[in-house]
Design a protein around this ligand. Structure first.
Ligand code: HEC
Ligand code: HEC
Ligand code: HEC
Ligand code: HEC
Ligand code: HEC
Length: 146
């Protein structure tokens, strides 16, 4: 009896440790939006800030209503790709000034049949710095950190 109990406790502790070590659970969007069916619309028409502002932005339901009449009035999209608040990042700087393609930082969104649960490309300090080194862009701490 005691041995069985010990085994059970060990199993529970091992499961808890595995859960703590596992990567964060994929996020879920409220609606299964398929990028692949919207290839006729340019990326920056839906993500308007990508060319002009820091944040790319996610389109509101009133925009979808231009073509769909049966969708809910409000859709609470979840932002999946994000960097911590102590880091400076501007889409405009990278898209409009450096003329970088979305795919380099986000993968082939155009072909997706369903939303991503975790970012297709992990954007960490290492990824940022690797490209900055390659492109001769800023590498000093203060350029990226507030
Ligand atoms: C310019 C027109 C247009 C806009 C704007 C648009 N869609 Fe679509 N959407 C389409 C077309 C065309 C299809 C493909 C329909 C098909 O294959 O029968 C589609 C397909 C879909 C589908 C797959 C289910 C279906 O009806 O085929 C979903 C879900 C969807 N759209 C959601 C959205 C959401 C959410 C938005 C706003 C973020 C949006 N759409 C904005 C034109 C548009
Ligand atoms: C018709 C509107 C529409 C078009 C066109 C569109 N998107 Fe999106 N995009 C969305 C919506 C809605 C979401 C949130 C749901 C999802 O993740 O699929 C989204 C999510 C994303 C995300 C994930 C954001 C996050 O939180 O991590 C990226 C990256 C993205 N889109 C890039 C693109 C690129 C690149 C293009 C052009 C190839 C594009 N999108 C075209 C509506 C659009
Ligand atoms: C140099 C890398 C890079 C490029 C190029 C880039 N992005 Fe992003 N994108 C990011 C980062 C980093 C974030 C997270 C930003 C944050 O947390 O504020 C992000 C977030 C997003 C999001 C989430 C919502 C939001 O408001 O930021 C969308 C949508 C998105 N990008 C779309 C695009 C589209 C469309 C393009 C091309 C026109 C593009 N991105 C080009 C790095 C990039
Ligand atoms: C694919 C290449 C690439 C990636 C990935 C990339 N950058 Fe950049 N970044 C550039 C280039 C090129 C410039 C120079 C643009 C210009 O001429 O202003 C730049 C400029 C910047 C600047 C302005 C620097 C200054 O001189 O003031 C900041 C801040 C910045 N990036 C932050 C980031 C952060 C944070 C990430 C990661 C989340 C990132 N970048 C990822 C290519 C990249
Ligand atoms: C090109 C942009 C860029 C430059 C330059 C940069 N960082 Fe970062 N840094 C980031 C991003 C993006 C993150 C958040 C993602 C991550 O943790 O990898 C980060 C995270 C960090 C963290 C982790 C903070 C935490 O929340 O755990 C530290 C510490 C840090 N940076 C220090 C530095 C120092 C010191 C320098 C200068 C030697 C530097 N960084 C230069 C982009 C940059």
């Amino acid at each position: 009896m005691r041995r069985a109990l010990t085994a059970a406790v060990v199993a529970v502790v091992a499961a808890a440790a595995w859960l703590l070590a596992a990567p964060p659970a994929p996020m879920r969007q409220p609606l299964a939006f398929p990028h692949v069916k919207h290839q006729a619309v340019a990326c920056v028409v839906c993500h308007r800030g990508a060319a002009t502002a820091s944040r790319a932005g996610l389109p509101g339901a009133t925009f979808c209503a231009k073509c769909h009449s049966t969708l809910p009035k409000e859709i609470a999209w979840v932002q999946v790709t994000r960097i911590p608040p102590h880091v400076n990042f501007s889409h405009r700087r990278h898209v409009t000034i450096a003329r970088l393609d979305c795919t380099g930082c986000h993968g082939e969104m155009r072909e997706r049949r369903a939303p991503v649960g975790t970012p297709a490309v992990q954007l960490t300090m290492t990824t940022c710095l690797a490209c900055h080194r390659h492109e001769g862009a800023a590498e000093d701490c203060a350029a990226c950190h507030r």
